[in-house]
Design a protein around this ligand. Structure first.
Ligand code: ATP
Ligand code: MG
Length: 247
């Protein structure tokens, strides 16, 4: 119900002029194609995808294995380039950004969360969360530590800062990975099957956490999932099949 109300609020207009809540695109994909070429086979992973993600939305993406979901997320997060088509961030084509600006965007604007957590096993929880901030100009040691503690507090892991990943449950490891993304204060979180390795109880916990970040902090979230129930909890569900959007 809440979701339906939020969506209709976005669409409301008075006298033709959008309200303050009107949708503001943060990521726009125009005619995006991604073709992988190996020696033996050409795969069209994305076939002319057109998609807009608005500020503050929580969008889930579903579809069968191999239909291009991870490719889509990598392209949205500027980790990979499309074969053709245009990506716009905040209304500006990424082609018009300098390499330096792009690196900053990748670093500051977008946080990634992956199915397999991607934590470093011989670093503590705290050091894992601090790690991406080491490469950020202008963030000193004290601020790094403060941000890491705040992010771990947010995901409910303040008591585990000195643990190593192997001493945590799967759900806790994923929460560390989310804290690591949050420490960078991203506007957008791109999550590729964040609950894929978790049982349903832990999966729900991670969903609650992501929904909280979206509702309370206004973080825009795009999440790939195989779980219909989780997808139903988000504002918008996009279904993919064979490299294209089907709904
Ligand atoms: N680096 C690559 N080189 C060649 N082909 C690739 C590469 N990465 C992905 N592909 C192919 O592109 C297609 C889309 O892959 P992608 O990983 O985006 O699928 P997916 O929807 O995320 O699948 P899953 O649900 O299994 O994670 C697949 O057919 C895959 O084999
Ligand atoms: Mg995938």
């Amino acid at each position: 119900m809440e979701n339906i109300l939020a969506q209709s609020a976005v669409r409301l207009q008075t006298n033709g002029a959008p309200l303050a809540t009107a949708s503001q695109p943060v990521i726009q994909l125009r005619d995006i194609e991604k073709v992988y070429q190996t020696k033996t086979i050409e795969t069209v992973a994305l076939n002319r995808v057109n998609l807009t993600i608005n500020k503050g939305e929580f969008v889930s993406i579903m579809g069968p294995s191999g239909c291009g979901k991870s490719t889509l997320l990598s392209i949205m997060g500027l980790l990979d380039e499309p074969t053709s088509g245009v990506i716009e961030l905040d209304g500006r084509p990424v082609q018009s950004y300098s390499d330096k600006e792009l690196a900053a965007l990748r670093n500051h604007k977008i946080g990634f969360v992956f199915q397999s957590y991607h934590l470093i096993n011989d670093l503590t929880v705290l050091d894992n969360v601090e790690l991406p901030l080491l490469y950020r100009p202008g963030v000193g040691g004290k601020e790094r530590r403060e941000r890491a503690y705040a992010a771990l507090d947010k995901v409910g892991l303040s008591a585990r800062t000195n643990h190593f990943p192997s001493q945590l449950s799967g759900g806790q490891r994923q929460r560390v990975a989310i804290a690591r993304a949050l420490a960078g204060r991203p506007e957008i979180i791109l999550a590729d099957e964040p609950t894929g390795n978790l049982d349903s109880v832990m999966g729900e916990e991670i969903m609650d956490l992501l929904l909280g970040l979206n509702r309370e902090d206004g973080t825009t979230i795009v999440m790939v999932t195989h779980d219909e129930q989780q997808a139903r909890r988000t504002e918008r569900l996009i279904r993919f099949f064979d490299g294209s959007q089907v709904q």
